[in-house]
Design a protein around this ligand. Structure first.
Ligand code: ZN
Ligand code: ZN
Ligand code: ZN
Length: 264
């Protein structure tokens, strides 16, 4: 399907359908009524959670905001808020008040982090997760996104209309990346983009369901490094490779993202 790049009122459904065609999931129908329009939304089940991209109600020009919500996530996610840097924050910092900086200069220039668990936040701020957050803060048109995570829900909001289908894809990927990073940090599952071994000519199949892995983010066993579908990893409760029983439980995650020693 070839789409015009701009997101408009009359092609929102098609834009979301293109996302569903590319990443899976489905488009939920919107309702147009007097005084209020509920735009079509995009839904995808992911890692035992439900991702929903919602365009919020605007005026006749179109929707004014985009929200990616993830539900049914692990209950052990601490509360985390990432807010775009504001004028008030400059005043607070001058007065020596406000939130502690993370120590990553670029992130600290763009955002304020608040977390109920400092160790969790430190573990979450891996290079890849910092990149996802940075792109949400500075890589989307209009205003920067904010992230709010509580025990079972992560909400990523962009308070301005996304302009192009590329923006929609970027929001989808980065919001998913940040969320999986949070889940990863909470559960100890090692999640990374699927990388292919040098010279591999055959499909890499998931050891749980035997279906080839084509998704960008997969769950890697820390010991034997076998990649699994994220959902399959969760379903199986850990690594499915024969002879790797030590990996059938989630292992603690180290802050630099590298694996722990194999318990075997
Ligand atoms: Zn699988
Ligand atoms: Zn092992
Ligand atoms: Zn394993």
């Amino acid at each position: 399907m070839k789409l015009p790049d701009g997101i408009r009122l009359d092609n929102i459904r098609e834009q979301l359908q293109a996302l569903a065609d590319e990443y899976g999931g489905r488009v939920l129908t919107g309702i147009r009524g007097p005084g209020r329009t509920v735009y079509p939304s995009y839904e995808r089940r992911r890692f035992g959670g439900r991702l929903r991209l919602t365009l919020s109600d605007g005026d006749s020009e179109g929707p004014t905001g985009t929200t990616a919500t993830f539900e049914d996530l692990p209950a052990d996610l601490p509360q985390l808020t990432i807010s775009p840097w504001g004028l008030l924050d400059s005043v607070f910092r001058l007065l020596g008040l406000g939130r502690k900086p993370t120590g990553y200069d670029e992130l600290d220039r763009n955002a304020v982090f608040a977390c109920t668990d400092e160790g969790f936040l430190a573990a979450f701020l891996t290079e890849k997760n910092r990149e996802h957050v940075q792109d949400l803060l500075t890589g989307l048109p209009g205003a920067p996104a904010s992230v709010r995570a509580a025990s079972r829900t992560v909400v990523v909001s962009v308070p301005a209309m996304l302009v192009t289908s590329g923006d929609l894809r970027l929001l989808h990927r980065r919001a998913l990346g940040v969320t999986l990073g949070l889940v990863d940090t909470a559960s100890g599952v090692f999640i990374a983009e699927l990388s292919w071994p040098e010279g591999a000519s055959i499909d890499i199949v998931c050891p749980v369901c035997a279906v080839p892995l084509v998704q960008q983010l997969v769950a890697y066993c820390r010991c034997c490094e076998a990649p699994h579908h994220l959902d399959c990893w969760k379903y199986n409760g850990g690594c499915a490779m024969y002879g790797c029983p030590g990996c059938s439980r989630a292992l603690p995650r180290s802050t630099d993202g590298s694996g722990e020693d194999c318990p075997q």
